[in-house]
Ligand binder design. Structure first.
Ligand SMILES: Cc1ncc(COP(=O)(O)O)c(C=O)c1O
Length: 331
């Protein structure tokens, strides 16, 4: 027999709602420094007010896209590469743009300035907008553009000093169209990470139906082969990581230093990958982290390797000194 509580649910005023939202954030503090919403028409810094309408199709149908750029020492790193990918994801998702690329960049930079944060991450979303609970965008729906400046994702120091332990996930990889599009549909990625954590491991790895290595939850995967070649899976079936693309440009410096024998972007069959000297995860948040164990077997020596370390140094140097940095005009 089902029973229902006899307690009558309260009818809330807008004041009640604001108080409840503030209370929710007090109970669960967050490090969100500034939020822009095209729907609100400006920036808020109170996390209780960082809201999206429940009927925006990004919420109930996942019809939205996002991207994340790093904020390093008061400068935004490689934003143009992230905007290229954002616009590509928008096109593949058939999402209308709320404004020009220049205007989006201006909003991102201004929201970052308003946050006062000098380090962290900037995540921004494009939604198909509110107005119905249908699948296709509601009639007259205006696309939403949202920007969040926050502390960024943090990973344990141990990942860099000792290396990660990963497993091949039991969840299927997204089909290529969805894998290359950074849409707000991360269910396979979420489930993969939860599966790994439940097994006492750090993360998972997707394998494609042809037996080639794909990517990790929110990171790409790369290897150093037995003969010293830095090998990265092709970007036809995984997200084109801005970090990977940049490192593939920088890595020839390691060939000159004779640390690696070459750089290749090609299919990486699992059986070849298992013989790798080094394995690593790459991404804007993780940067470069060595994997020392995969499916219970040691990768290479079972210790973080020199190429992962050198790539991390190259990336950190680029994040400090390259011409891919935008100065944030803090006031
Ligand atoms: C599924 C997936 N693969 C790879 C990456 C790495 O991309 P990036 O280097 O641009 O952070 C990310 C992160 O955005 C991701 O979510």
């Amino acid at each position: 027999m089902t029973t229902t509580s006899s307690r009558t649910l309260p009818m809330l005023s807008s004041g009640d709602v604001l108080a409840a939202l503030a209370d929710l954030r007090r109970r669960q503090p967050v490090q969100y420094a500034a939020f822009y919403s095209s729907q609100l028409g400006g920036i808020v810094t109170d996390p209780a007010l960082m809201l999206i309408p429940f009927d925006d199709h990004i919420v109930h149908r996942g019809h939205g896209i996002f991207d994340t750029a790093g904020l390093v020492n008061g400068r935004i790193y490689d934003l143009e590469a992230h905007l290229d990918r954002f616009l590509g994801s928008a096109e593949r998702s058939r999402l209308a743009l709320p404004c020009s690329r220049d205007e989006m960049r201006r909003i991102i930079v201004q929201t970052t300035a308003a946050s006062g944060r000098r380090d962290g991450a900037i995540r921004y979303w494009l939604s198909s907008g509110p107005g119905s609970l249908e699948l296709s965008p509601a009639a007259g729906a205006a696309p939403g553009f949202f920007v969040m400046v926050f502390g960024g994702l943090a990973y344990p120091d141990r990942w860099y000093s000792e290396g990660l332990r990963v497993m091949t996930t039991t969840y299927p990889i997204k089909p290529p169209l969805y894998a290359v599009t950074k849409a707000t549909n991360y269910l396979p990625n979420v489930l993969m990470q939860m599966e790994a954590k439940a097994a006492g491991l750090d993360n998972g790895v997707f394998i494609d139906p042809r037996g080639n290595v794909g990517e990790s939850s929110n990171m790409n995967v790369a290897f150093v082969t037995e003969d010293g070649v830095l090998r990265h899976p092709t970007f036809e079936h995984v997200l084109a990581g801005c970090t990977s693309l940049r490192l593939l440009e920088l890595a020839p410096a390691l060939v000159r230093d004779q640390l690696i024998a070459g750089v290749e972007v090609c299919d990486v069959p699992v059986e070849d990958a298992r013989r790798a000297r080094e394995m690593m995860l790459l991404g804007s948040s993780v940067k470069v982290a060595p994997v020392v164990e995969w499916d219970g077997r040691a990768v290479g020596s079972g210790r973080p390797g020199p190429v992962s370390r050198a790539l991390l140094q190259l990336l950190e140097e680029d994040m400090r000194t390259s011409d891919r940095l935008i100065d944030v005009p803090y006031t």
